[in-house]
Design a protein around this ligand. Structure first.
Ligand SMILES: [Zn+2]
Length: 196
């Protein structure tokens, strides 16, 4: 990947409270990101999904209900990927081109299903660890300081029992300013067909 670019990704949304705040910060910085959305949440917040899309961000498939990839039958696991893709394309009118497995746990049948749906599997290079006991603003900021050209960065706009978007949002504006100061441009993930 080109050295001057970085790829911001936000998982586990859309979230009625936090996704709009993340969108505002991205808009203020004039950068684009990829949102790995959960299908059932997308169905509950179609307007928010359309706002993400209309703002020029990309949407990726993060399965229908974010079940752990290892603890379900192969049939259910495949359906999680397929139904996630369908929920997003129903809401947006375009099929997602990227897939990220919940918890970053890759399972062959799910990767295969994603490929059948026309989605490229995307993990990450740097995690903000914006969840759990380590997920306080200070620590998130330090981890984001380490982002360098070409990195895919994992963050979360969707709240659940672990994620802490309230902490992330405290450091996100400064992080984006620092990227710009360092000459790093946050943009959409390149697809396999794009030349790098
Ligand atoms: Zn997730």
């Amino acid at each position: 990947m080109s050295a001057e670019r970085v790829y911001l990704t936000f998982d586990d949304g859309p979230d009625p409270e936090w996704t709009p705040r993340v969108l505002d910060v991205l808009a203020q910085a004039g950068v684009h990101a990829t949102f790995f959305a959960i299908g059932e949440k997308a169905q509950r917040s179609p307007d928010l999904m359309q706002r993400i899309h209309a703002a020029g961000h990309a949407v990726g498939n993060h399965t229908f209900s974010h079940r752990h990839p290892w603890f379900m039958s192969q049939q259910t696991a495949r359906a999680q990927v397929r139904d996630g893709a369908k929920a997003l394309s129903d809401v947006l009118g375009v099929a997602p081109r990227f897939y990220r497995p919940p918890h970053g746990r890759q399972r062959a049948c799910m990767s295969d299903e994603a490929q059948r749906c026309g989605e490229q599997t995307v993990l990450w290079d740097v995690s903000a660890v914006d969840w759990g006991p380590l997920g306080a603003a200070d620590g998130i900021g330090k981890r984001l300081d380490a982002v360098k050209g070409g990195d895919i960065v994992l963050m979360h706009d969707g709240r659940n029992q672990h994620n802490r978007p309230d902490q992330l949002i405290q450091v996100l504006p400064l992080f984006l300013r620092q990227l710009a100061d360092r000459g790093l441009h946050a943009t959409l993930l390149p697809s396999q067909s794009d030349s790098r």
